[in-house]
Structures are given as C-alpha cells and as structure tokens.
Design a protein. Structure first.
Length: 366
C-alpha cells in the first residue's frame, strides 16, 4: 500500500476509536443531533476502512506469495502459488477501483451532493403576462423533473385569474438535482405576443427563479422568538378538510422580514415543518452570500429585483430563440425547450464552473 493510503488508513483507525469514545459519552447520548452526526461519521469511516483494510490484507497475501516463490523449488507448488498470486492481484485491482471511487466522491463539491432542493418561481414585471410566463417556466421545470424521474411536492402556489402563477414553491428530490439546476437561478425575460394582446404587439415580461438547497435543522438554527406565525384556511388543492380547517401556515422571520407559506398538507403541524424547511433554506442562502461579500450584490446576481434590465436569459418567441446572457449563446426550438427539453442548456451552463471562463454579460444586447 502506498504511503498516502497507509496514512489515511492509520488516521481512520484513530478517528474511529475517537468517535466510539464520544458516542459512549452519556452527555452525547442526551443530544440527539450530536449523536446522529457521530453515527454518520462512524458509518463513513467504516465505509473507507472496509476497502482499505481489505487492500491491506490482499497486499499482505501478495507479499507472502512472492516470498514463497523466491524460496520454492517444487514446480507443482510454484504453479499453485502463481495461481493464488494472480487471484490476489485481481482482488487488489478491484479494491483499488472501489477506493478510487471513494476518492472521486470526496472530490465532488458539497453543492453537487445536494439531492433535495426548493424551487421558487415568481412573476416579475409585466402583469398577467408575467404570471403566465412564471407558470410556463414552472411547467418547463416540472417536465424536466418527470424526465429525470425526480419527485416533486408543491408547497405553495398563488394563482391569478389569468391562469398564471404569482408565486409557486416546490420541493424537488432527485440525484444531482441541485447540480443540474443551480444555474437556473435568476431573472428570466420573455418577449412574445401575449394571448390577451388583441393588436399583436410583442410584450416584455419577467419572472424570477430561485434554487435553494434544503438544509437540516443543525445547519441553520432558528430561534422561536424570531418567528411570527399565522394560520389560515388553505386555498390550494387539498380536499374539504384543508378548506374548512386552518391548516395552512404562514411564517414571518422577524430579523430578515422573510415570509414563507405552506398549505399543501392536511395537518397544520406538517405545514409548519415544511414552511420552516423553506425558511431554513432561505436563511442558509443569505449566510452563504455573506461569505462572498456584499449581500445585496450577491443577491442581485442570484435573483435580482425582477426588473426587465436584470436578466440571465431571454426567451424570444417570435425569433424562436433563447439567449443566455452569461454564456453569450442562443438556443433554438423554443417550443420544445418549454416542454422540458432543457438538457442542452443545462449542459452548456457547466462552462460557468470553469475558473477561466468569463461571463459574456450580453444582457443589453437583446
């Protein structure tokens, strides 16, 4: 075993002993969150130890086989040793493949490991047409989720009389969903003739998209004293029970002014838990932005203020063209894209991960 893997093996054995001691501490057992975190750590350590200790045993057998070959003269025995040596070399190759997979997983960014997100789509500038565009965007993402076989749960939706969305919030679960959709966050602009336009004029409207990782209570702790609760009858699709009983929950976070609503569940308690989950994601995002400097500038780069001039992408229906202003690239077959066929766009967005890539900033070119 090379020195790097041997150092890791020694460290993991030491780490495991330390974790076992901590788990046995009565004070830790009293704190469920700390206990669960240690159990997760132990599980990850054991996963590594399984393959590293297996590699250690195999290499020991290989070494023993080589020593025997040096001293053996009987050809029949030499043949048997060589067969055993071949098997052990094959086992070593397989063990190294598994270890390399663990190393690859370790090198994946924390963001790319997130498989549970909150999607928010809100109408911006443009009246009824903006709400219809918000609905179209949400529908596009839902079609994509269906293709990926990701699960979706609508947490809150606010419709208007035109059939569009003032706001819709959904929880999405699926492998790599944050990695795939994180660059969709921002202001999306549409240029088209609205269905309500009688003179055939092209209107410009906007909608904002936010992609928020779902975070645990341990990652973001919220003080009860900072919360203001409001309970009301659900206006969503939930049957007679939610219409008659005040199951819907609206929570205001007093320090930040953030308001979240959930009315999807029949239980007030479950709606409260889901609303708090959305709030934690929003607070997590704020804290993350603070790490990168001015929070206002960071927020504008993520979502903006829904003005027409602040946009990451333009959907021009008359020209059958979608332009991403960060990439400076355009995509055609807009009707197909709006049906959830956004694979080419999402693949192109990976250029933003290249540290040498410079955003084109073509926001004013359309």
């Amino acid at each position: 075993m090379d020195s790097i893997l041997q150092e890791r093996l020694d460290k993991l054995r030491n780490d495991k002993n330390e974790v076992i001691v901590k788990i046995s501490d009565p004070e830790v057992l009293k704190n469920q969150k700390d206990y669960e975190a240690l159990v997760r750590d132990l599980k990850e350590i054991d996963r590594w130890l399984f393959y590293l200790e297996d590699l250690e045993r195999i290499e020991k057998h290989i070494s023993e086989d080589n020593v025997m070959l040096e001293n053996e003269v009987d050809q029949d025995i030499i043949e048997e040793i060589n067969k055993d040596l071949e098997k052990n070399i094959e086992k070593k190759d397989k063990a190294l493949i598994q270890i390399n997979k663990l190393i690859e997983e370790e090198n994946v960014s924390e963001d790319d490991k997130i498989n549970n997100i909150i999607l928010e789509v809100r109408a911006g500038t443009g009246g009824d047409e903006a709400t219809i565009f918000a609905f179209d965007l949400y529908r596009m993402y839902m079609r994509y989720c269906e293709k990926k076989k990701w699960s979706v749960l609508v947490l809150n939706e606010s419709e208007n009389t035109s059939g569009g969305y003032k706001e819709v919030v959904a929880e999405i679960k699926g492998d790599g969903c944050y990695k795939e959709l994180k660059y969709e966050a921002g202001v999306h602009r549409v240029q088209r003739v609205p269905v309500t336009e009688k003179q055939g004029r092209i209107h410009t409207s906007t909608a904002t998209v936010a992609i928020l990782p779902k975070v645990s209570e341990k990652e973001v702790e919220i003080k009860d004293s900072d919360l203001e609760f409001d309970f009301f009858r659900s206006s969503g699709k939930g049957g007679q029970n939610v219409q008659k009983v005040e199951t819907a929950v609206r929570i205001k976070h007093k320090p930040t002014g953030i308001v979240v609503t959930c009315q999807v569940e029949r239980s007030q308690l479950k709606n409260r838990e889901r609303a708090l989950s959305v709030l934690r994601s929003k607070l997590w995002e704020i804290e993350k932005e603070k790490q990168f400097g001015n929070i206002d500038d960071a927020r504008r780069s993520q979502v903006g203020t829904a003005k027409r001039c602040e946009k990451i992408r333009t959907y021009n229906f008359s020209q059958d063209r979608i332009t991403d202003h960060r990439l400076g690239e355009s995509f055609h077959s807009i009707e197909l894209i709006m049906e959830g066929n956004i694979d080419n766009i999402l693949s192109a967005m990976k250029k933003l991960e290249d540290p040498n890539f410079t955003c084109q900033d073509t926001a004013d070119s359309d």
